[in-house]
Design a protein. Structure first.
Lengths: 317, 308
């Protein structure tokens, strides 16, 4: 399939690129211009993705100590990481968090998208925009806003619970911070996922619903048998986004760290731990090892996942 | 099942409404759906409401124990605005300008690279294309934060940390943007049209600029918006790269204020809290305006990657 966009050889001379060698030069031209277009991105890709990954791997093979200087330890850092309770706690937290967050987030965004697909009113259009709005907010600000709402000093929770004579839950406390963060992340991203699903729903041929109705299908049957199956590529895309995003959880807990004094330790998530190791302890080798291990784990998980679902999905063309 | 991206934007609305109207009698279900929707809107807007209300308060009003979801007696937007833009020698204005600079250079740069590469992958059968594209797909799955620490150490060795380039260069990398552009260009730009332009004697670049680029517009706006938002909202990268507070983007700056105010406790940081709250509000306004203004572009565009 090397000639699909090439002009026919009979047009020899009509373009400056086919003047000299006819058929042979079309392949050369495809090569030249293909790489000219892809090249600039390719350079950035090499310099800022391939090189840093290689360098992280290289850094992670060394250990720095006060007495011995820097020495080669091969996979010593990884052996250390995978037996380091601080790192493992963080990994365990992001796994637990993903397991609760991702289904919740997908269910909410799917439910909203399906609702907005059924109601076609001015209010529905307005709602769609408002629900999407948090996506435009930096996660830092989003976390801060919710931090304020949770806080005893500024938040309305005490007032609201006070009406019923109850004590307000403290979502910044050690026992409830999990739910506090769950709410923040859901709020931040559900609208974005909803828009993706909604757009996919709008792309479904409506005559399918009409045909189903003539066959006596109810609204629920249309949702379960037609809409959701046809949404599976979009759902898969969201799942992948959410998985990649959640495993590298950093911004929200980092921002709430001071506000929720004591609830978010320096090993809360793997990324926070890597940041702490590199920039508070100047332990770049170990920080790089954690970064690399995290990146590799995310990559392998997502790759396996996509490969396993490739028939329904489309990512691998 | 290949609904092309063009169809996404154009099938929206008209044929659907006819179908919906015909099945209108279920009004009771509609009413309850509307109530659920209204509750959801309230939930998604509460933090904004809190921010708007509380940025009007003086420090005393903020800590006065009054209704946190309603305005206090005196509305002090102006006083707080003055405080916000004069605190620390007007550093907040500088942070906003930095954010705009990073978002524009990083976002536009990432978009230009993504458009060129996406078009190249879609329309040229060059040697190594399949392998390069497979690597690109793999890169979409690499978590960006995993690159930050090694990039920092690399930049530190050539003295690039703590410069604007330390934030802008890494922001140029957007593999997902390339993927989106490729998917879109493949369907939206017919090969016949490109061939026709070539037959008419147009060079490859002329063909690209005159023929392909206008057809790619919806995808370009989408990728641009996604890239700008990604840079605007970025926190981890600038937090790691920058130590001079005059180079901070607004996210890192507010984060620092917030952590200072928290450390001092509610009492010590009172004045700081009111400018943090107003500063948060001011910093989100530009992107909200951009999203509202560019609605008709991103609504169709965001689905590009999910329909095939």
């Amino acid at each position: 399939m090397t000639t699909s966009t090439a002009s026919p050889p009979t047009k020899k001379g009509s373009s400056p690129f086919t003047k000299k060698g006819g058929r042979r030069s079309t392949a050369a031209r495809q090569n030249l211009f293909g790489w000219l277009f892809v090249g600039p991105f390719g350079i950035i890709f090499l310099a800022l993705l391939v090189v840093p990954i290689g360098y992280a791997l290289y850094l992670s093979l060394f250990q720095k100590s006060l007495i011995g200087g820097t020495r080669f330890v091969l996979f010593g850092n990884y052996a250390k990481a995978f037996t380091d309770p601080n790192f493992l706690d963080g990994v365990w937290f992001v796994i637990r968090f993903s397991v609760v967050l991702i289904p919740l987030q997908m269910a909410i965004s799917l439910a909203i998208a399906l609702m907005l697909d059924i109601i076609v009113t001015r209010f529905a259009r307005f709602s769609r925009l408002m629900i999407f709005l948090p996506y435009a907010i930096p996660t830092v600000i989003g976390a801060l806003m919710w931090g304020f709402l949770y806080s005893e000093n500024f938040g309305p929770l005490a007032d609201i619970f006070g009406i019923f004579g109850a004590e307000a839950p403290d979502f910044l406390s050690k026992s409830l911070i999990f739910y506090g963060l769950l709410n923040i992340v859901t709020w931040q991203w559900a609208g974005y996922y909803m828009i993706i699903l909604y757009a996919a729903l709008q792309g479904i041929d409506p005559t399918l619903y009409e045909a189903a109705r003539i066959d006596g299908a109810s609204q629920w049957q249309i949702i379960w048998r037609i809409k959701i199956p046809l949404l599976s590529p979009a759902l898969l895309l969201i799942l992948v986004f959410a998985l990649i995003g959640t495993l590298q959880f950093f911004n929200e807990p980092k921002i709430l760290q001071e506000l929720a004094a004591g609830s978010i330790p320096n090993d809360f998530t793997p990324n926070i731990y890597a940041f702490y190791q590199a920039f508070s302890l100047a332990n770049y080798n170990y920080g790089a090892a954690i970064s690399f291990a995290l990146g590799a784990v995310v990559f392998v998980c997502v790759y396996i996942f996509l490969f396993a679902t490739r028939k329904r999905g489309s990512f691998f063309e | 099942m290949s609904a092309t991206p063009i169809e996404i934007t154009e099938t929206r609305g008209k044929p659907r409404k006819l179908v919906e109207r015909r099945s209108a009698p279920r009004t009771r279900g509609r009413a309850s759906l509307n109530i659920v929707l209204a509750l959801l809107v309230v939930y998604f807007l509460v933090p904004f409401w809190w921010l708007i209300v509380n940025s009007s308060k003086t420090a005393a009003g903020l800590f006065g124990g009054e209704n946190a979801l309603w305005f206090a007696e005196d509305i002090n937007y102006l006083g707080n605005l003055v405080d916000l833009f004069t605190y620390g020698g007007g550093i907040y204005g500088r942070w906003l300008a930095n954010t705009a600079l990073y978002a524009v250079l990083g976002g536009v740069g990432a978009t230009v690279l993504a458009v060129l590469a996406g078009y190249g992958f879609a329309k040229y059968r060059f040697a190594g294309r399949r392998a390069a594209f497979a690597i690109l797909l793999g890169a979409v799955m690499v978590p960006t934060t995993a690159l930050v620490i090694p990039t920092f150490v690399l930049f530190a060795q050539v003295g690039w940390t703590n410069t604007v380039w330390a934030v802008i260069f890494p922001s140029l990398l957007n593999p997902f943007g390339v993927y989106l552009m490729n998917v879109y260009a493949r369907d939206a730009v017919p090969d016949e049209l490109l061939d026709a332009a070539r037959v008419d004697g147009a060079g490859e670049f002329r063909t690209f600029f005159r023929v392909a680029l206008p057809m790619l517009r919806p995808a370009i706006v989408t990728v641009l918006l996604l890239s700008v938002v990604a840079v605007w909202n970025n926190y981890f990268l600038p937090l790691v790269m920058l130590s001079d507070n005059r180079l901070f983007p607004v996210t890192v700056g507010i984060g620092v204020w917030q952590s200072t105010a928290s450390t001092y406790g509610a009492a010590g940081g009172q004045t700081l809290w009111s400018i943090i709250i107003l500063g948060s509000l001011v910093s989100v306004i530009p992107l909200i305006i951009a999203f509202l203004a560019l609605q008709k572009y991103w609504r169709g565009g965001l689905a590009i990657g999910s329909l095939k």
